[in-house]
Design a protein around this ligand. Sequence first.
Ligand code: LLP
Length: 442
Amino acid sequence: MATHAPTDPADDPSPAELLAGRNNLRMHAMDGLMLDGVKLSAIAREVGTPTWVYSAGTLRSRYQALAGALKDAGLDAQPHYAVKANDHLAVIATLAREGAGADVVSGGELRRALKAGVPAKHIVYSGVGKSVPELRLAVAEDIGQINVESAEELAMLSAVATAAGRVARVALRVNPDVEAGGNSKISTGRATDKFGIAYDAAAALYAHAATLPGIQPVGIATHIGSQILDLAPYRDAFARIATLVRTIRDAGYKVESIDCGGGLGIPYRNEPAPSPAGLAGAMKAAFHNMDVRLALEPGRWLVGPAGVLLASVVLTKQTPVKRFVVVDAAMNDLVRPAMYESWHGIVPVSPVDAVAPLSPADVVGPICESGDTFAKERALPPLAPGALVAFLDAGAYGAVMSSPYNARPRAAEVMVDGDRWTVIRPRQTIDDLWANEVLPAS
Ligand code: LLP
């Protein structure tokens, strides 16, 4: 719960402590903050700010760490990257080359995954409100699995698949009724949440699914929330899912796969966080000897620590009661602090700022809302106008959730690979903002 609950600034890790816990970032005495082999100041000089910067190496190493933990636990388990966390084609493609499938939640994400090179058979489609055109697309592409969230959706899919002369492989997404995730806006596995099929109704619906034309029930899926820092809710949910699968099998139906969802949290504030090995252990404890294929839908864990948001200080404003550091990034870029009270590390980029004395400041953006606040009472160096700062762990739910609010063009995106870097999305221009706007004839 730590990242979303109000936090005491006295317990904040310092910039140096944050860097010590992140092996893709280091402060070089001459070159300042480096992401892998690239000076962040060089990117800011050429591309400007705000700019998202992702490490391809971190994407690869995190995928390998996750896949390795599953393998070490002796599990037959396929990660499907939850594309919603960062849907840039370069990010999806980097993970796909390592062997990741994709978990998508819209026709748009499905098309992005295909475009990035994820084979259709490695795509899983989740979501509480897939439209008929979206279901048609999923059926036409013959994707690996559709996670159905209601009896109503099952009927829709049966009609769509039958009309197309296809059979859709279906998992029922079951709501295990457990409490998980630090923020009620991203907790998904409680009975009162909109997600999934009620636990007690799932076995009967599975049996019903087996009777429907165009539907082949193949498994059970669950997803209990996001930014989960404690394995206990996973253990509870997985135990309930294992019981359900046994019940369905006892009734004579085949269950080939269990999709364990996403949600594994990351230590934004250097708090203790579970490892992939821990999650693999929880999966093994519940599902070993069940002769079932396992799948996962991790988003944040794979991409969050791979990205930073680079910003420049516009000015520092001293009021009688506070120091405000106003930066050129805002809630339209990184909305998480405004939306969930999330905590992101903020680290100076210059080696001079890195050794300057720290004092508390509120870090804010230029947007006309008090919610446009990234941090309160954060211990930071003086930070003159033009100083660069990096918002850490911004690779997940960063650029994807940005908007052009306040007529602020979308920030550029850069991918670093070793000591090379590429602009993977140029900064939007002001002209782009109104390119598709039409003035009615007057
Ligand atoms: N699978 C399903 C069905 C999901 O709904 C989600 C996330 C995931 C997988 C991936 O979860 P992850 O491994 O990334 O936790 N915007 C919020 C997070 C929303 C998560 C929504 N669903 C944030 O910025 O914290």
